[in-house]
Ligand binder design. Structure first.
Ligand code: ZN
Ligand code: FE
Ligand code: FE
Ligand code: FE
Length: 238
């Protein structure tokens, strides 16, 4: 009946799988990280990720409680269990990151690679949570929206912290004396955001459709989303 709500449920279950996979993968990244700040940031995000998974449990309860056993048109995509299907995108992002981390790199370049992998993951989450939040808003599911907004803000923050670490030291170090590393990584490509961009609380307003404003080297494209911004005036009130 309510197809947008079915789509929202699908997105939430997909995110649930994504967070679950991340809880598996993050400890390996933490172990591999050399830079102290990076290790600490990943450790903190690991704790937050566990809370995010629980928050999704709450969201699912809210969503399923409201229309009981009703099956949506997308129900075939997932078994009844929320972990019936794996988020293939997160699986791919993690696999790609792990593969890269197995390469023989200096500790500095390895850290740059970890940051790159982690930011791709964060950007995926930002876009998914942003989308889910916009659906909840459209459906007037205020309690669901509030929960999703909390997580969305945390993902933005994690992304910001990674950018700070990368731009602060890791990229520069990775670029020092690594010109002989046959082009595996050149640090500079990991500079994912321009300095002085808006902070996460500002962004919360402008990304109602989940567009990550920090998308790597895509600055010119963000203008195409201008018309979509602020279409949900409610988004600025929380
Ligand atoms: Zn999916
Ligand atoms: Fe997350
Ligand atoms: Fe997914
Ligand atoms: Fe995250």
């Amino acid at each position: 009946m309510d197809q947008l709500k079915d789509l929202l449920k699908h997105e939430i279950k997909d995110l649930y799988s994504a967070e679950e996979q991340l809880i598996e993968a993050l400890p390996k990244m933490i172990e591999k990280a050399n830079n102290k700040k990076l290790k600490q940031a990943l450790q903190e995000h690991f704790t937050i990720t566990e809370m995010q998974k629980e928050r999704l449990d709450e969201v699912l309860e809210l969503l399923e409680g409201k229309d009981g056993e009703t099956k949506g048109f997308l129900s075939g995509l997932f078994k009844d269990s929320k972990d019936g299907e794996k988020c293939k995108a997160m699986e791919g992002l993690i696999t790609e990151g792990e593969k890269l981390m197995k390469e023989d790199m200096t500790p500095e370049v390895s850290d740059a690679a970890i940051i790159a992998a982690a930011q791709k993951i964060e950007h995926y989450e930002i876009s998914s949570y942003g989308t889910a939040r916009a659906y909840a808003q459209e459906l007037n599911l205020d309690d669901v929206e509030a929960l999703l907004k909390e997580t969305l803000d945390e993902e933005y923050q994690a992304d910001d912290v990674l950018t700070e670490i990368a731009e602060g030291r890791v990229n520069a170090k990775a670029n020092n004396g690594s010109s002989s590393s046959n082009g595996r990584s050149n640090g500079r490509s990991l500079k994912t955001s321009s300095p002085g961009r808006s902070n996460s609380s500002k962004r919360g307003k402008t990304s109602s459709n989940g567009r990550a404003k920090t998308t790597t080297g895509n600055k010119s494209k963000t203008s195409s989303s201008k018309t979509k911004r602020n279409t949900h005036s409610k988004s600025s009130s929380r």
